[in-house]
Design a binder for this molecule. Structure first.
Ligand code: NAD
Length: 341
């Protein structure tokens, strides 16, 4: 049994609490929130779990082996360091911290204390993303040329982070996982329309260049009439559309493409052969990603698996976000990234 404590019972924390509580090999010992009303409302569902407005009570509880941090990102580093200093394993929500330096310190501290550190990059554990990974690894789409992503809706406007820090971690974590690689260059443009005074961008267009010429475009926005979560993967053999808000057709695999054939009548000319075959709707499992993520964290602590969103994975995501924001500040300058050893 792994004793679990959760800090943060706001919008997202209750989802993590519910999923850790449902694990057979975890014991939800305590939950914490600064807001007593929020704590009590969430706590009603967990009568056997201790509630505290002081997270230090939770961190210093000897019955707790691992702490889940689901507070705003500006608090992740300080809380994470306190959790590790108390000798507990750490699960921290995305993004891991507000800068790569802090991520490195968290990674080093966890390693020095032989503690496990995992980041809540939920999409890595979602059934459609796992299926896309399998299709890419099997070569079903051929070589990936480019990916176009829209992650837009109206709100929720964050006050301590721009739309890139809020929404793009999902896409960068997913793509790094799918490609088994990190971008080699990043550029972005963005604008503050609603929170102009605060200088917080609510709309951004980010371009990532992955090794092998894979180009990715990500549109993130809190200022859009529709909730759209689509990713289009264009490969040399097939194309795939992943629509995360579709209830029943999350993945569509298109047997479409263009082949280039040499045209012998005129030297140096070629012919384009268009392929427009079947559209396949594969069955996608419907288990909850957060359940799988919680189980993965427990197995990681027990030494049974290699973590798929560990501290280094979290750091690589933060590096891309930093570079994207830097590029936005510099009118879209292309910023190259050094590989992390
Ligand atoms: N993985 C995902 O898909 C996903 C989705 C949404 C949010 N998140 C992440 O979850 C985290 C929390 O986001 P949210 O939307 O729930 O924020 P929120 O503001 O709704 O909730 C945060 C809660 O933390 C509490 N809190 C802050 N400091 C605390 C402290 N020191 N001790 C105890 N409680 C404290 C606040 O009182 C608040 O109730 C963020 O990092 C966010 O990026 C992840």
């Amino acid at each position: 049994m792994t004793g679990i404590g959760v800090i943060g019972c706001g919008y997202w924390g209750p989802n993590l609490i519910r999923n850790f509580n449902s694990q057979a090999d975890a014991d939800l010992i305590a939950i914490s929130d600064l807001d007593e009303n929020r704590l009590n409302t969430v706590g009603l569902l967990y009568p056997n779990t201790r509630k505290t407005t002081d997270y230090r009570d939770l961190i210093n509880d000897p019955a707790i082996d691992a702490v889940v941090v689901a507070t705003p990102m500006s608090t992740h580093f300080d809380l994470g360091m306190e959790v590790l200093a108390a000798g507990k394993h750490l699960f921290v929500e995305k993004p891991m911290a507000t800068n790569s330096e802090d991520c490195r310190t968290l990674i080093k501290t966890a390693a020095a204390k032989d503690l496990k550190l995992m980041v809540g990059h939920t999409f890595v554990y979602s059934p459609p993303v796992r299926m896309i990974k399998q299709l890419l690894d099997d070569g079903e789409l051929g070589d990936i040329y480019y990916v176009n992503i829209s992650r837009v809706n109206l709100g929720i406007f964050q006050k301590d982070a721009n739309v890139i820090w809020d929404l793009a971690p999902h896409d960068v974590a997913m793509l790094n996982f799918l490609f088994g690689a990190e971008p080699i260059a990043v550029s972005g443009t963005g604008h503050c329309y609603v929170q102009k005074e605060r200088g917080i961008e609510d709309v951004a267009f980010v371009t990532l260049e992955y090794p092998g010429g894979k180009l990715v475009h990500i549109h993130v926005s809190w200022l859009d009439p529709n909730k759209i979560r689509t990713c289009t993967f264009v490969g040399s053999k097939k194309m795939l559309v992943y629509d995360d808000v579709s209830p029943s057709e999350k993945i569509r695999l298109y047997d479409k493409g263009v082949d280039v054939q040499p045209h012998y009548e005129g030297f140096g000319e070629f012919q384009l052969l268009y392929r427009s075959g079947d559209i396949f709707l594969p069955h996608v499992d419907t288990y909850e990603p957060l359940k799988s993520q919680a189980a993965h964290f427990l197995e990681f602590i027990q030494g049974k698996v290699v973590c798929q969103s560990d501290g280094t994975h979290g750091l690589k995501v933060v590096e891309v976000l930093e570079a994207a924001c830097q590029s936005v500040k510099e009118d879209g300058r292309r910023i190259t990234l050094e590989p992390i050893a």
